[in-house]
Design a protein around this ligand. Structure first.
Ligand code: F3S
Length: 407
């Protein structure tokens, strides 16, 4: 891989250890992926989850700071392992807060969200960026038309150097469709798009899918739900929606002019089967309600408050809505948070939703409108999943009874 004189200088350690370690990481990844060179990135989105990184991650970030590491480009932070309003300054909570503090001192903004788009953090069309958190990459590539790979620790290296290897989604030819899905079913709502994202992600695997047949462009919340599900059930970093997403003005353009493959048909039956495989839970008791994976927008918070007005979470139901701090503040100013709290709904900020459920007893019946949450709750807490719309989940939270699925 070709490096400029300045990049070689950084790799040789002439600009200090933080830049050297970052350049080593980028050079190794670039060489492994046959990148010809490194290109400028204009922003980075970092995962510094304390649960995964622990004390070792905290020590590494603090050393970067101590040794003069500073971010060369704007950097945002994904959802973390604690709610800063409630975090304890000891143990794992302390490690997480110190990691965040080190990143802030290096120049990151403490966005603490897996839905930074609702905080106004939105790369523009054609921009080269380095974003980690699998769920954000498909949205960045597909909906915004910016360019990122599904980064990991390399996003931190990009933040320190302002560079990323020219490979994967940064190469135009790799952004063409490889598999076609023709949707004949009606897809509506955050849960509907979350389900479609799971189905397409699972079927497409590592191939870049083109989705045809969507008549009405999805809303912002629906696109975010689709992207998160698509990323976690599949491996690709991008999708096209023919006639809707910016790089797919036509079906032919989405495939880069290549012959169209035989379509995979997504009809009502296919969606019903996907719905059953995500959340087979039958009607009956509900223990937990989870809204906000990815973090809920102001619109979703407003909807939750409107649907709960006057009601209260049923006695034994733990009812959660997860969001980020700036959306919470905007909702509080509108009186939405007060209404949710009067309904005995816990609104968390900053943290990944999963953190709230890692100590649930096996067999907990959890209602959600997110197929991503469904997957995590099954694996982390062995929960029985009740999957449905926000309306169904909220009604279940108030009554204590799930009426969706097979009775
Ligand atoms: Fe966000 Fe955690 Fe869900 S990072 S998308 S709330 S699993």
């Amino acid at each position: 891989m070709k490096l400029t004189a300045k990049q070689q200088w950084m790799l040789d350690g002439e600009q200090g250890w933080p830049q050297q370690i970052a350049m080593r990481m980028l050079a190794a990844v670039g060489r492994a992926l046959d990148a010809p060179d490194l290109i400028p990135a204009s922003s980075a989105h970092l995962v510094i989850d304390g649960t995964a990184l622990g004390a070792a991650g905290r020590e590494f970030l603090e050393r970067l700071l101590r040794e003069g590491g500073r971010f060369a480009i704007p950097a945002s932070i994904n959802a973390i392992a604690v709610d800063r309003r409630r975090a304890t300054v000891s143990g794992a909570g302390e490690d997480q807060l110190r990691m965040l503090e080190a990143c802030e001192k290096m120049g990151a903004m403490p966005s603490c969200s897996c839905n930074p788009f609702i905080q106004g953090i939105r790369p523009g069309r054609g921009e080269t960026v380095a974003w980690s958190e699998s769920a954000t990459a498909p949205y960045v590539n597909s909906v915004l038309g910016a360019r990122t790979n599904r980064e990991g620790a390399t996003a931190l290296a990009s933040a320190l150097t302002g560079l990323t290897p020219r490979c994967g989604m940064h190469v135009a030819e790799n952004r063409c469709g490889q598999v076609l899905f023709r949707v004949t079913a009606d897809v509506v709502g955050v849960d509907g798009y979350s389900l479609l994202g799971a189905l397409v992600g699972r079927e497409a695997g590592a191939r870049l899918p083109v989705i045809d047949g969507i008549a009405i462009p999805p809303s912002e919340d629906e696109f975010v739900a689709f992207s998160a599900a698509f990323a976690i059930y599949g491996e690709a970093a991008m999708f096209h929606m023919a006639g809707i997403t910016p790089e797919a003005p036509t079906l032919a353009a989405a495939f880069g002019g290549a012959a169209l493959p035989k379509p995979v048909i997504v009809d009502g039956r296919a969606l019903d089967e996907a719905r059953y495989s995500v959340g087979p839970g039958a009607g009956g008791r509900v223990d937990v309600v989870s809204i906000g994976c990815p973090h809920a927008s102001l619109e979703q918070l407003r909807e939750a408050a409107d649907r709960t007005d006057g009601g209260r979470a049923a006695g034994r139901v733990a009812f959660y809505v997860h969001t980020n701090r700036s959306t919470y503040d905007a909702a509080a100013a509108e009186g939405i948070i007060g209404r949710l709290e009067r309904a005995e709904i816990s609104v968390t900020t900053d943290n990944c939703a999963v953190v709230s459920y890692d100590r649930l007893p096996a067999g907990t019946r959890l209602a959600t409108n997110s197929t991503k949450m469904a997957l995590f709750a099954k694996s982390v807490a062995d929960a029985e999943i009740l999957f449905g719309s926000a309306e169904q989940c909220i009604a279940a939270g108030l009554s204590g009874h799930w009426t969706g699925g097979a009775e």
